[in-house]
Design a protein around this ligand. Sequence first.
Ligand code: GRF
Length: 188
Amino acid sequence: MEKSNSKKKIAVFISGKGSNLKNLYEFSKKKVSKFTVALVISNKKNVSGISFSKLKKINSICIEKNLEQFEAKAYLILKKKKIDIICLAGFMKILSKDFIKKVGIPILNIHPSLLPKYKGLNTHARALKRKEKFGGCSVHFVTPKLDSGKIILQKKVKILKRDNENSLSKKVLKAEHKAYSLALNTIC
Ligand code: GRF
């Protein structure tokens, strides 16, 4: 049995690779961590984030359904497992206003831009097109308005002339891995 009774129980929602999940999990094993990864929910089957969860014996479930069914099922599991905080990490569905309200616990998201700039998709391509000098990531609270909730933490990365979408996304992802655990730990 893990000595994590006083730690906040988090659920991580994923859709794919789960590199942020992996980093949250690794941080959760450190002494300084105020959270434990108690549940992983994926809206896609056969993704590496789920293989990782299975390997680490984290409770995990795939719900490959429409948004309404996804939210109904997720809600029941979140309550059953007494989850304190939800972390969206590379999760590609947009949660409904009703779910956000009903679930009644904080929901965090990590977004690959320095919000409020570049909400939505294709953030890196847009930042490069605009010839931005800096890119980065933002950890923020989720509200019904997309990528608009209160920002908890941001990390900047320099955009060099030679950067392309691929190199910039790699740099930003590295920053995401540091930012998410730190931001989560501060709100726990
Ligand atoms: C990350 O850039 C995240 O910000 C975005 O999806 C990407 C993949 O994340 N929303 P992960 O490797 O699945 O955690």
